[in-house]
Design a protein around this ligand. Structure first.
Ligand code: ISL
Ligand code: CA
Length: 539
């Protein structure tokens, strides 16, 4: 695999609304991020991915864009953005923007004109006389009626997020211009939102009945996807030193190889979702009990099947997922399980991603009342679930565990008022545990999630075998343990993780290796302690 900077650096995802409020209106903003550049520098990350800050009615908190070339006033100005790019670059940190071009906001002028069938815009979206049978990612129907045009339009997400018609070459030219605009401002790449949905079967056949995503085969991984991505690469991306990561739900390793093999010039890496189903039946609202094997199997599958054929990402959290300690670890063993999960994940092959707060072991807020949640998906799913006959109690349980707002509570900087995020009440309440879990506290302790993350970042920078080496499972059938080996021509790394809260027997002898990392100060003979993780190294 070709060596490049975007394979070697840690990416840190910022959800701007919840990172740092600089002007005391309760909403995080760009000047707030600028204040925290030294924090990012000190942590050791090389790239920042910024969730959308563009002009937007904020129905889906920025994933519904009404102007791609301007910044939402609550986040700041275009000048703030230029300053952020400059400050990050001074700190040797690259910046990746979120590119949300499967859909726009219904308030975008393109949609407004399309509704009026104005000139070339008439055909910018998907329109049909009859309502088509496709399901929305947020529950319910994906086709809604527009009174003014007298037709149905497609929205795979909220009603306020109409899908663009990528078969229209003018749409593609407009997207390319937006990309050039940001790359010319100095941005270093894009995280491409739901990119494997952009190409559709434009005859819009009705989908067979299904509880989840009816009609999926007509809008997910359509063959034209590769054509359109290659076109963006050829005309825009290849002309800059930048990278792209595609968000791609429902892809298999062989799809990912098509999307990310360098020779094909489409994307540089993808976010796959298989391991996000470790505690559910593909759709997160259909929950099942988590078992360590449910994480090991998909992670190992991707390591084995993509090596040498494409490039993957390593993530457990983002702004759409509940916190990983709650899902795959244990609140009783917060430090141990957070650090074990990090060890399990970040010594694999792929570009590593940290979601804000993950590096200090933040946990779910688990709000009890529906009106404490702000997320449109949460409210849509609640309504949809009740319509399907689920009780209020049952729906609230799902929401407490899986709502996206679990990951969107304000970043916990200190034990000060509102966790040091803002002096006023924030747009979404702070997690009440901020007095114990916050950056200041984590930096003070000598054994903390924060210091452990820093250590992993240093190790990945030091040993290329962690980035590029081959992967091999060890002891794959063991249900409690996740162990693997990484090798290149000169070096060898062994990772051993106890995925449970019990002591487990373990008698492998790695005495000819050096123990370069562990989340326990003392190792016991023939035993792995709860959530114990070890990394061995040999030249
Ligand atoms: O959040 C999800 C599951 O609860 C996913 O289905 C999610 O909607 C999907 O991964 C797409 O996510 C992206 O596009 C959405 C936006 O709401 C998400 O925040 C974004 O990450 C629409 O733009
Ligand atoms: Ca603010």
């Amino acid at each position: 695999m070709k060596k490049t900077w975007f394979k070697e650096q840690f990416v840190y995802q910022i959800y701007p609304r919840s990172f740092k409020d600089s002007n005391q209106d309760g909403i995080g903003d760009i000047p707030g991020i600028i204040e925290k550049v030294p924090y990012l520098k000190d942590l050791g990350v090389g790239i920042v991915w910024l969730s959308p800050v563009y002009q937007s009615p904020m129905e889906d908190f920025g994933y519904d864009i009404s102007d791609y070339r301007n910044i939402a006033p609550e986040f700041g100005t275009l000048d703030d953005m230029k300053r952020l790019i400059k400050e990050l670059h001074k700190a040797k940190i690259k910046l990746v923007m979120d590119l949300v071009v499967n859909h726009t906001s219904s308030e975008h002028p393109w949609f407004q004109k399309s509704v009026k069938r104005e000139g070339k815009y008439a055909d910018y979206y998907h329109w049909e006389d009859k309502k088509k049978k496709w399901g929305s990612f947020f529950g319910g129907d994906a086709w809604s009626y527009n009174e003014e045009r007298g037709q149905y339009y497609l929205h795979l997400f909220a009603k306020g997020q109409p899908d663009l018609n990528w078969d229209n070459p003018d749409v593609r030219e407009d997207v390319k211009d937006i990309m050039r605009f940001w790359l010319d401002l100095g941005v270093d790449g894009f995280r491409c939102d739901v990119i494997n949905l952009i190409a559709k079967d434009n005859t819009h056949p009705n989908g067979h009945w299904s509880l989840i995503l009816r009609g999926k085969k007509y809008f997910c991984n359509h063959p034209n996807l590769h054509k359109y991505l290659h076109e963006l690469n050829r005309d825009v991306l290849s002309k800059y030193d930048c990278f792209t990561v595609g968000e791609t739900a429902f892809v298999k390793p062989k799809d990912a190889a098509l999307l990310t093999h360098p020779d094909r010039q489409e994307l540089d890496m993808v976010f796959e979702f298989d391991h996000m189903a470790a505690d559910n039946y593909v759709v997160k609202w259909f929950m099942k009990k988590f078992k360590p094997m449910n994480l090991k199997k998909p992670l190992s599958k991707w390591q084995n099947q993509l090596n040498g054929k494409g490039w993957n990402t390593l993530y457990l959290e983002n702004h759409d997922q509940a916190r990983s300690i709650n899902r795959f670890g244990s609140l009783e063993y917060r430090y141990e399980s957070a650090t074990m999960l990090a060890t399990m994940l970040y010594f694999q092959q792929g570009t590593p991603f940290i979601y804000q707060g993950q590096e200090i072991g933040m946990t779910n807020a688990g709000f009890e009342q529906l009106d404490q949640y702000q997320d449109i998906e949460t409210h849509n799913i609640y309504r949809f679930g009740r319509k399907l006959g689920f009780s209020h109690k049952r729906m609230m349980k799902k929401i407490r565990m899986m709502s996206r707002d679990n990951a969107r509570t304000p970043m916990q900087w200190s034990s000060d008022f509102n966790a040091g995020f803002s002096n006023v009440d924030p747009w979404l309440s702070v997690n009440p545990n901020y007095k114990e879990i916050n950056v200041v506290e984590e930096q003070k302790k000598d054994q903390s999630v924060y210091h452990y993350f820093k250590r992993i970042i240093d190790l990945r920078n030091k040993y290329p075998v962690i980035v590029y080496g081959d992967y091999k499972d060890l002891d794959f059938r063991n249900k409690s343990l996740y162990s693997y080996q990484r090798t290149d021509k000169t070096d060898e790394i062994i990772v051993v993780c106890n995925g449970t809260k019990r002591d487990i027997e373990y008698s492998k002898d790695y005495s000819d290796f050096t123990l370069i990392l562990s989340n326990y100060r003392d190792q016991k003979e023939n035993i792995l302690q709860p959530f114990e993780a070890r990394v061995y190294y040999k030249k």
